[in-house]
Design a protein around this ligand. Structure first.
Ligand code: HEC
Length: 199
């Protein structure tokens, strides 16, 4: 009985992961950033707590959507909350399943960025967690943007931790030294990551 219950609990998750990894983009991507396309996160345009850009030269529209806080982002949008995770809005029809978002996981150090993985439903972050599985929980109308109140499962990473990650992006020249609160936030984050990954 107990085993049956736990199997029922695990099965939908396993199936979701399977379907997620089975799907690929429908079209070739219009925007093909390489490692040089990514930059120090704080050099991008900041709206509220995250950073944006637009590869199609349409930053005004991306800023408008981000400021409004709902609706669809225009193609070419680059969206980042932390240095090594990026969402890029490809052309209409690229991937209906992800509403045309392409997910990126980067390795960043003082010499720049390296693309570790990119794609749609199959991309995982540094902790081995699937971008699409979390972001697809955002309610309709928010275009896969989670923030704190769009219906995505909450994560144990706080806004001060995100700010500390942004301000310690190793790619930034003249990065400010972290204050005491930010240093504490990063230490706390390291503990949270241990719990999330189980080691
Ligand atoms: C465990 C669930 C989870 C995973 C995995 C995850 N995210 Fe997120 N992500 C979130 C949540 C929740 C937020 C909102 C955090 C906040 O605003 O405090 C967020 C925020 C973001 C944002 C800022 C815009 C927004 O949605 O609020 C971007 C960009 C982003 N994530 C990209 C990625 C990419 C790229 C990956 C994979 C490489 C990824 N995320 C993996 C849950 C996740």
């Amino acid at each position: 009985m107990k085993a049956a219950r736990s199997l029922r609990a695990v099965l939908p998750v396993a199936l979701t992961l399977f379907t997620a990894s089975a799907q690929a983009a429908d079209q070739e991507a219009k925007f093909k950033p390489d490692s040089k396309s990514f930059m120090c996160i704080t050099d991008m345009t900041k709206v509220r707590h995250f950073y944006i850009d637009n590869l199609a030269g349409n930053l005004d529209r991306t800023v408008r959507t981000a400021t409004t806080g709902k609706g669809e982002y225009p193609e070419g949008t680059v969206l980042q909350l932390i240095p090594n995770e990026v969402m890029i809005k490809q052309q209409k029809g690229y991937s209906p399943q992800t509403n045309d978002w392409e997910f990126y996981y980067l390795d960043v150090d003082k010499d720049g960025s390296k693309i570790v993985s990119q794609g749609v439903a199959e991309v995982n972050n540094r902790l081995g967690l699937n971008c699409f599985a979390c972001h697809s929980q955002a309610q309709t109308g928010f275009d896969f943007i989670c923030e704190q109140d769009h219906g995505c499962a909450p994560i144990p990473i706080t806004r001060p931790m995100f700010t500390a990650l942004q301000r310690s992006d190793p790619r930034c020249k003249d990065a400010p030294s972290l204050n005491e609160e930010e240093t504490a936030a990063l230490a706390e984050l390291a503990e949270v990551v241990k719990t999330m990954t189980g080691h």
